[in-house]
Design a protein around this ligand. Sequence first.
Ligand SMILES: Nc1ncnc2c1ncn2[C@@H]1O[C@H](COP(=O)(O)OP(=O)(O)OP(=O)(O)O)[C@@H](O)[C@H]1O
Length: 456
Amino acid sequence: MGDTVVSVEQVSKRFRLYHEKYTSLKERVIHAGRVPYEDLWALRDVSFEVHEGETVGILGRNGSGKSTLLKCICGVLQPTSGRVVVRGKLSGLLELGAGFQQELSGRDNIYLNGSMLGMSKREIDRVFDDIVAFAELEQFIDNQVKFYSSGMYVRLGFAVAVNVDPDILVVDEVLAVGDERFQRKCMERIRQFQEEGRTILFVSHSPDQVRAICDRGVVLHNGAMVGLGAPGEMVRIFRETLLAADGPLRAEEAPAAGSAGAEPVGVPGGAAPEEAEPGPEAAPSAPAPASDGVEAGSTLRLGGPVRIREVQVRQPGAEDKPYLVTGGPLSVQVFYEAGEPVDGAVVSVEVRDANDGLLLRTDTAILDKPLDLPPGRGVVEVRFASFPFLDGTYTVSAGIANRLGGRLYDWREPACQFEVMYPGRGSGMVALPAEVLLEIEEQAGGPAAVAGAEAR
Ligand SMILES: Nc1ncnc2c1ncn2[C@@H]1O[C@H](COP(=O)(O)OP(=O)(O)OP(=O)(O)O)[C@@H](O)[C@H]1O
């Protein structure tokens, strides 16, 4: 392990928020020293160390204190208590446009920033063209930066930060502002920095990115550090802080036609759905409010002998967790109520990602399971041996139709949603069990050998 280059020691940062501004002299005299305020602790007793050559990702929901922490590390803010010790030359890309003088041109700002980082004019001359080329601002470098777009600010800011030969690079989330191609270019440069043994601290909202490039992660929640360690584990803790903020995993029943709104029900695997009288049949009903940013759902109640009461998702063996674990089994339970015998019913199930992309669709006819439902209530369970998709929020829609699929009795979209955590290190969309084989075809000075290793 390399030497400690950043040491954050019991850092707390308080912002004092004043509720009223007394502008007139009279008001100020009357209220002298008594302006009402509220203290907001953006950081509370945060301590950790970053070692030379390490890449550390900072995770946390909005307002958790990530930017405040980076600003304390960069020296832009002074901690209210505790201290930060930095060894080496640090360059940072913090808020959009921070560190730029609006009235100056891009060119002058490069010199200004360089000199603030302790570079001589000659040193800046040497890297000037690289900065402009990296930022792709050749045509605009003599324009005042106040006319730059947000993307241009980010490009210039990042180009300066990485071209001033820093030992420690600190990057706030601003990178997300740039276009995808520029983000890729930045990630390539970050990888190059890693190969050169430089230290990187960055804020990210992307679990994929953190898993892919970080050695360790820090999770902040309400200003406190709630996690420090391996990236996969930190992503899990981060997602738990999101869930804690939004309440436990919910499966939401779309409102019965004619009812006032969505009826929240228990955690999947928990109690069976509430017994309720079926509402009057009508189609389609009002959309259900959906949680966690999922599109509002709809109930298509077409009338008929059977209706869906509720849909739940659970992971057998992990019912105590508020999320599913990638690679584990997935069980979708469709609770129905039949008013008369329904022979040859077909239940269909769809799973979509947060962008509404269809990940899988199947039905009991495809699965070759004829369903003859007697009058009354019951549950049809569709079990998937494993759910391979990585962390995220997924929605389930379900329908029930007659044998020929020609008549849809009921359709819930989305019927419920669930969260998935992936504790492993791979990135992308899916986790597939894999193994690695190495075949040495020719070995100098020895016989050929086959070595195998299993990896997941
Ligand atoms: N200059 C300031 N004055 C007052 N309050 C502030 C100031 N800067 C930040 N805060 C408050 O401190 C808390 C932490 O903010 P911070 O910007 O560090 O969070 P963050 O995790 O970076 O959030 P985001 O992901 O939204 O950028 C928030 O409640 C924020 O409103």
